[in-house]
Design a protein around this ligand. Structure first.
Ligand code: SD4
Length: 304
């Protein structure tokens, strides 16, 4: 399953789904079922990332996610279609599936983004229910963190396991989704890149899409996913485009080496690749040939 080599993928393979990190394998399976049933890639990415949102063992997304500094789990998510429709929620509390709320924002409001209590009220009005997302394990970890006092910015590499997913269906429609509990022990009220269209996710149905994971502030400063898609529009392969966005970060942001950032891109031909700052970022791909976990190439060293 684990492919230690670079992610080289053949062209013209549909359907296909790719997503961030090892937990992308399980999420891809749910998406794959939708895709192989002839479904829409929008339904596929929603179904896929809901698996991760519902898994309390994944401590960086949805239920069981690490809380913020004040001990509250606050969630960010967004979704985007091949037709540039998009929806987003940020600083959402007590709702297990922020991706579905983001989709509801897209489909049932004239807006792109709702945040905080407004997002929660909207979710409740659409039939979502409130539940406690802070598991005993995440609470215990937060208590331990708090007992240590304020730490320096060492949330850079650990605990960055947002699920971002891109899928291309049999009709050639490419959609994406991104959902996270954000950086562990972030300041209360902090919103990262994951719900920001262009930062944590971007899709152009004629070109391809990109999702990001890692320290969100770096993607927000460079609008990383938008850049990846624009580079593909100019002719870059997914791998070249992801590398281009990481190089932009390295060129512009002096402290980049202290952080992890990873991009995954999928173009409309079904080719995918990833690139990151630190070694250790994986991404999962599923197509007719099966499920594969790839190790991303990294700016600061060879993939392990
Ligand atoms: C954030 N990008 O809130 C998210 C966290 C994360 O993979 O990716 N992790 O900054």
């Amino acid at each position: 399953m684990l492919n230690p080599h670079k992610a080289g993928t053949p062209a013209k393979t549909t359907p296909v789904v790719v997503s961030t990190w090892d937990h992308g394998l399980a999420a891809n399976q749910a998406a794959w079922k939708v895709l192989t049933d002839g479904g829409y890639s929008l339904d596929a990415v929603e179904a896929g990332v809901r698996v991760t949102e519902a898994d309390p063992e994944v401590r960086t997304v949805g239920l069981g996610g690490y809380p913020d500094a004040s001990g509250e789990v606050t969630l960010d998510a967004c979704i985007m279609t091949e037709a540039m429709d998009c929806g987003s929620v940020a600083f959402l509390r007590d709702i297990k599936h922020p991706i579905s709320v983001a989709r509801a924002v897209m489909e049932h409001t004239p807006h792109v983004m709702l945040v905080g209590s407004g997002a929660q009220e909207f979710a409740l009005s659409r039939g979502f229910s409130k539940e406690n997302l802070l598991t005993a394990e995440s609470y215990a970890d937060w208590q331990r963190w708090r007992a240590q006092g304020e730490r320096p910015k060492d949330i850079n590499i650990e605990n960055h396991d947002t699920i971002g997913m891109l899928a291309l269906d049999n009709a050639g429609r490419l959609c994406g989704a991104c959902t996270t509990s954000g950086a562990a022990y972030k300041l209360h009220g902090r919103v990262g890149d994951s719900p920001i269209i262009g930062a944590g996710l971007y899709v152009d149905g004629a070109v391809g899409g990109a999702v990001a994971t890692g320290m969100g502030e770096l993607m927000m400063k460079t609008l990383g996913c938008f850049l990846v898609v624009e580079l593909m529009r100019q002719g870059a392969s997914p791998g070249q485009a992801c590398k281009g966005a990481v190089l932009r970060i390295a060129e512009k942001l002096g402290d980049y080496a202290a952080f992890q950032v990873g991009f995954v891109a999928l173009n409309c031909q079904g080719e995918s690749a990833a690139y990151c700052i630190q070694p250790g970022f994986s991404y999962a791909r599923q197509d007719q040939r099966g499920a594969v976990l790839y190790q991303s190439e990294a700016l600061l060293g060879e993939a392990i």
